[in-house]
Design a protein around this ligand. Structure first.
Ligand SMILES: Nc1nc2c(ncn2[C@@H]2O[C@H](COP(=O)(O)OP(=O)(O)O)[C@@H](O)[C@H]2O)c(=O)[nH]1
Ligand code: SF4
Ligand SMILES: [Mg+2]
Length: 409
């Protein structure tokens, strides 16, 4: 076990919630996410199959929460339930065992046994703190076994930050291979990548985010079609069926959007990477702030490295020009470049950050955190361009939870 705070990782953490029915698994999931995703019910056995839900949880990052409703039948684990449990445990990076003040049931001991055999860390969540204190024998047992635990009330959403802290603290260093769009595609899906070749492109190469996206599609058994924007129509015409997803360079989004049929999901590399490497929810907040900038406001353009600056540089030239054209000519800006990120942002209403291809996830999240502490929203170039061109509505459609935040603008 190690500490995610110390161990950068771009992976999506799989958190499984086990526990006997009515212990509050669904309520706990709702409390963690702050959304009404899981079905909370007084009736036993609302669902029989585990429910997987991919989401961003601050400050943990991209997660999959797994509600194991239905594997908790009376008594010992039957064959089918063991099979279902194993399916979940194999994917689980960390488990939450939900119990109440009475302590473990036979069911819980069985699950703990399976988790231990699979070297899967877990945290005991003693739920329903609002009703009764945990039984003192149970607490002694937990102390003796050295199991990490927390006493809370999922219903009252208390101690959620402490619980997230425990999850971070006890999560394994290396969970599943990182996935950029694994939750968006299935085996055999056709994905079209649009990569315009302009003066900003390095000679003879494809840039890292695009290469990583390709690798990720291959890892997820998707089928890649790659073209420039000028060949997109021919590419689409050549496909027997519409593709599952089109991913484009942000700068070509408008042209690409006009060609891709409405029913086909379309997003940009920068949005995928805002999610993979940062915090798409918070960046969508940044997009809202961007659209409300006015004369006299100042924003900060932040570049994570000191790359060779081109004459039509996107951060230094194009974005400020587009903000002039599309929002207000009276908005001022500064530029910072390099590994150091300013701690003091009070002069700014907004930070517009590069894609951060040279930063790892932890560093990018660190910058997002500083910005939030300073009360200054942050977004990346891709989201900025998408917002300025009015295409965020479309580009966020593949991510329903984030899209909800954007739509509440
Ligand atoms: N008082 C109290 N009731 C809770 C708490 N958490 C869950 N419940 C209730 O316990 C019942 C079962 O919760 P649910 O989340 O559906 O349990 P699940 O079957 O394990 O998913 C519901 O009536 C919840 O409202 C809690 O922290 N305090
Ligand atoms: S995206 Fe950021 S880190 Fe990557 S080359 Fe551009 S300025 Fe440097
Ligand atoms: Mg439930």
């Amino acid at each position: 076990m190690s500490n995610l705070n110390k161990t950068p990782s771009s992976n999506r953490l799989h958190i499984s919630i086990f526990g006997k029915r009515n212990m509050g698994k669904s309520t706990l999931i709702n409390a963690i996410t702050g959304q009404n995703l899981a079905i909370v019910s007084d009736f036993a056995g609302t669902t029989t199959d585990p429910i997987y839900k991919a989401m961003e949880i601050l400050p943990i990052g991209p997660c999959v929460l797994i509600d194991t409703a239905g594997i908790d039948d009376v008594g010992a684990l039957g064959d089918l339930r063991i099979k279902k449990t194993m399916e979940v445990v194999r994917k689980t990076d960390i488990a939450l065992i939900t119990v109440d003040y009475n302590g473990f049931l036979e069911f819980d001991y069985n699950i703990i046994d399976i988790l231990n055999k699979n070297n899967t860390p877990f945290i005991v969540v003693i739920n329903k703190a609002d009703i009764e204190k945990p039984n003192s024998d149970f607490l002694t047992e937990l102390e003796n076994l050295n199991y990490p635990y927390i006493n809370l009330s999922a219903e009252q959403k208390d101690r959620m930050e402490d619980m997230k802290g425990l999850i971070i603290q006890h999560s394994p260093m290396e969970f599943e291979s990182p996935s950029i769009l694994g939750d968006l595609i299935e085996d055999g899906d056709h994905i079209v990548l649009v990569i315009p070749i302009d003066t900003g492109m390095p000679k003879g190469r494809i840039i890292l985010p695009q290469v990583q996206t390709m690798r990720d599609i291959l890892d997820n058994s998707g089928i890649i079609h790659t073209c420039k924007d000028t060949e997109l129509q021919a590419t689409l015409d050549g496909l027997k069926h519409p593709p599952k997803l089109v991913i484009t360079d942000s700068q070509a989004f408008e042209r690409v959007s006009a060609m891709v049929p409405e029913g086909v999901l379309l997003t940009s590399f920068s949005i995928l990477f805002a999610r993979y490497k940062g915090d798409l929810n918070r960046m969508v907040d940044g997009a809202k702030t961007l659209m409300s900038l006015k004369s006299g406001d100042k924003f900060l353009v932040s570049e994570a490295c000191t790359h060779h600056v081109q004459k039509d540089d996107i951060g230094r030239y194009k974005i400020p020009k587009w903000i002039d054209e599309k929002i207000d000519t009276g908005i001022d800006f500064d530029i910072v470049a390099g590994r150091d990120y300013p701690e003091n942002l009070k002069d700014y209403k907004l930070v517009i950050h590069c894609g951060g291809c040279t930063l790892n996830r932890k560093e990018m999240l660190g910058r997002i955190d500083i910005s939030y502490r300073e009360g200054v929203p942050i977004l990346n170039y891709g989201l900025c361009i998408a917002a300025l061109y009015g295409i965020l509505d479309r580009a966020l459609k593949p991510f329903p939870e984030v899209n909800e935040i954007w739509k509440k603008k």
